[in-house]
Write a protein that binds this ligand. Structure first.
Ligand SMILES: Nc1ncnc2c1ncn2[C@@H]1O[C@H](COP(=O)(O)OP(=O)(O)OP(=O)(O)O)[C@@H](O)[C@H]1O
Length: 255
């Protein structure tokens, strides 16, 4: 790199088409996620959200089109915590650090510090995942994702299965860690309210094949989005014709 020149990180997907066999799953997808930005992809079940996220993560190879990323430390979080059952919670949280060659003592120290911020006790860290509640497992999964100091976090319906109290707690933890690391987020969700709460930009997908049909920028800072604001904006959003069509909702009278 030239002295004084800083590369702006971004993920850019262009002219992307994807198929499974003869099934066209994604068509003409173009999207961009900039440094520190949170982008949500919302769309109905089966429209290709997970496929698109897996392509962005490099877990699948696109049939056509390009995916370019200059993010150096991506991390992914799924709907299921996916902790390794044979490793204690502390070791699970430190997995990404281990993969990056961080020694045992240092990764245990970092993992324990992060776990404490996530509300996990020393007792929890000594347990195998199977002995933790689902909520604790989700906290551990979030800690594992943040342990590597990700510059891009890919969230695959990461909060969908959680109760509203735990969701709101994890949203708070996510916001705190994002602020600390400046992490960008690409998240997929079918929960409009979650997208309105967390994202700077919301991309609406419709299915068969999956396409991006609308984009909505949310300018209010995340910290200023209280419950009333989120409810009101989601209610507004749900009146959009593109949203109604994507989720097969009947058109509004007079619209
Ligand atoms: N590995 C695969 N092989 C064949 N078809 C697949 C594969 N993965 C996904 N599909 C198909 O691709 C389409 C899109 O699936 P995908 O899981 O990406 O949608 P989604 O929007 O994430 O759905 P949901 O919200 O229900 O998780 C579906 O018709 C699905 O059956």
């Amino acid at each position: 790199m030239l002295a004084g020149v800083r590369i702006i990180k971004q993920l850019t997907i262009s002219a992307l088409n994807h198929r499974f066999g003869y099934q066209r799953v994604l068509e003409d997808i173009a999207l961009n996620v900039g440094e520190g930005e949170a982008v949500a992809l919302v769309g109905p079940s089966g429209c290709g959200k997970t496929t698109l996220l897996n392509l962005a993560a490099g877990l699948l190879t696109p049939w056509e089109g390009t995916i370019a990323s200059s993010f150096a430390r991506p991390a992914m979080m799924f709907q299921q915590p996916r902790l390794l059952p044979w490793k204690r919670t502390l070791a699970n949280i430190g997995l990404g650090l281990k993969a990056r060659g961080v020694g045992r003592a240092e990764r245990d120290r970092q993992a324990a510090g992060l776990a404490a911020r996530m509300g996990l006790t020393a007792d929890d860290l000594a347990k195998f995942p199977g002995a933790l509640s689902g909520g604790m497992q989700s906290r551990a999964a979030l800690a594992r994702a943040f342990a590597v100091g990700p510059d891009l976090l890919l969230l695959d319906e990461a909060f969908s299965a959680l109760d509203i109290g735990l969701k709101s707690e994890l949203y708070r933890l996510l916001a705190g860690e994002r602020a600390a690391h400046g992490s960008a987020v690409l998240m997929i969700t079918h929960d409009l309210m979650e997208a309105v709460r967390l994202a700077d930009r919301i991309l609406v997908m419709s299915g068969s094949p999956g396409r991006i049909v609308a984009e909505h920028r949310v300018d209010t800072p995340v910290a200023a989005r209280d419950e009333a604001w989120v409810f009101a904006r989601t209610a507004e959003f749900i009146r959009w014709p593109e949203i109604r069509a994507a989720f097969a909702l009947p058109p509004l009278e007079g619209a």
